[in-house]
Write a protein that binds this ligand. Structure first.
Ligand code: HAM
Length: 420
């Protein structure tokens, strides 16, 4: 227990750090090119934010939140998603007074959901998200989808498909709700208790149920895109035209409703064909009503979230992980304890010249130091000590070719730096 991380959580161990940094680097580069600036919001927020923002009938809110009372008896929740916090920060920071659209991203924000852990589904995961406030045009969604495809393709992932849908707005959704309820009518008694509860409160959520018997019933339900108002239909058609013009293939998928209540008009997911069924690599959409719902001025908005762990899993499956960079290029070995201090000084000189260098910190014998240098994959070992040191030189051994050469001590660091 003591040496086991809680179920559904994972350590990022030092040997995997370069992979995370590789992915993060691509995310940062994308955000910079697309004009999105970073936002960091707290890991926890007032529970009310998610009840109002994400929706009281969603699985996330009803089943998956990590909620507790703090010592001041306030109900606090660990972020189960990134959008509500970004909207709260947009309102609290009065960013609506700045130039709009205001575009922001969060990188590797920890997200907590009490889910049944499996491959690609964790209780703590990390998301990269891009959120755009103040843009009502479908170019916003087109830019987000384009960004995602650019990111995933640059990372080397293939077989990606973009699934889009429109789930309407407060004008046309009530008509759809009526149609859906009409269809569900006498079928609802055969559905799970959660669906029965949602029938009156939020019938659209029924389309999101994971129970097999419910999935079977809703598969023939009327599609919301057939009930869109003129504005929503035009928005959706313009988005499709924009994607086509950019050469981004997509599928209109009327089954996508997403698991969060704030969406209006466009919703989208990117799925990797090789991936596990039902596991989207990423999801997002438009949420024109959320800023107002949470107390800000009426501001259209759209965004996406993508899980870093899912990207890493797919990179591994596709064998697209980059090679690990070297940790230490030059290991400075000392020929005896009395040489430890000069070796340490030389190691510091190398570091100052920009060389990835290391030296003995464990009081090891020369043989053991070589063994260690070999283990960590050092390209060279610089030997400090012996009669060479008395003659003012150090010996540099190439660990691959085993060739050795002598370098004058006062110029050695500079000479070695030139090798990299
Ligand atoms: P979401 O679809 O719930 O959307 O999550 C976004 C992404 O986070 C998923 O596609 C997946 O990559 C990752 N993810 C979700 N749950 C888990 C999990 N349990 N374990 C590992 N990875 C997971 C949202 O969260 C919205 N806030 C996205 C958004 C931003 N919409 C508009 N702006």
């Amino acid at each position: 227990m003591l040496t086991q991380a809680p179920k559904g959580t994972r350590d990022m161990l030092p040997q995997d750090a370069y992979l995370w940094q590789h992915v993060e680097g691509k995310m940062r580069a994308l955000a910079a090119k697309w004009g999105y600036r970073e936002v960091r919001t707290p890991v926890f927020e007032h529970t009310e934010l998610f009840l109002r923002g994400v929706g009281g009938t969603t699985d996330i809110v009803t089943k998956e939140m990590y909620t507790f009372l703090d010592k001041g008896e306030r109900s606090i929740t660990l972020k189960p998603e990134g959008t509500a916090g970004a909207v709260r920060a947009f309102i609290e920071g009065k960013l609506y007074n700045e130039a709009l659209p205001c575009k922001m991203f969060y990188l590797n924000a920890p997200i907590f959901r009490y889910e049944k852990p499996q491959a690609g589904r964790l209780r703590e995961h990390h998301q990269f998200g891009m959120e755009c406030f103040g843009g009502k045009e479908p170019t916003v969604e087109a830019e987000l989808i384009n960004g995602l495809m650019t990111l995933l393709t640059e990372l080397g992932l293939k077989n990606l498909s973009v699934h889009i849908n429109s789930i309407g707005c407060p004008n046309c959704r009530p008509t759809y709700h009526e149609k859906l309820k009409e269809y569900l009518g006498d079928r609802i008694s055969n559905m799970c208790p959660t669906c029965q509860e949602r029938f009156e409160k939020n019938p659209l959520r029924i389309l999101d149920c994971k129970e097999e018997k419910c999935k079977e019933i809703v598969k023939d339900a009327p599609a919301i895109i057939d009930c869109l108002c003129d504005e929503c239909r035009s928005h959706f058609e313009r988005l499709q035209a924009l994607l086509s013009a950019q050469g981004i293939p997509f599928e209109v998928d009327s089954r996508i409703v997403r698991g969060l209540d704030y969406y209006t008009k466009t919703v989208f997911e990117i799925i990797m064909q090789s991936g596990r069924e039902g596991l989207a690599l990423c999801g997002g959409g438009r949420y024109d009503g959320l800023v107002k719902e949470l107390g800000g001025p009426d501001t259209p908005a759209a965004g996406f979230g993508i899980g870093t762990e899912r990207i890493l899993m797919e990179l591994k499956n596709a064998q697209e992980e980059p090679d690990a960079p070297s940790v230490t290029d030059v290991y400075v070995a000392n020929l005896g304890a009395e040489m430890a201090a000069p070796a340490f000084t030389f190691c510091q000189q190398l570091r100052q010249m920009g060389v990835k260098a290391d030296c003995d910190l464990a009081g090891r014998s020369l043989k053991a130091q070589f063994k260690f240098a070999d283990k960590i994959g050092a390209k060279y070992v610089a030997l400090v000590g012996g009669d060479e040191y008395e003659r003012g030189v150090i010996k540099l051994r190439d660990m691959v070719t085993k060739e050795e050469k002598e370098l004058a001590l006062d110029a050695a660091a500079e000479e070695i730096a030139k090798l990299f």
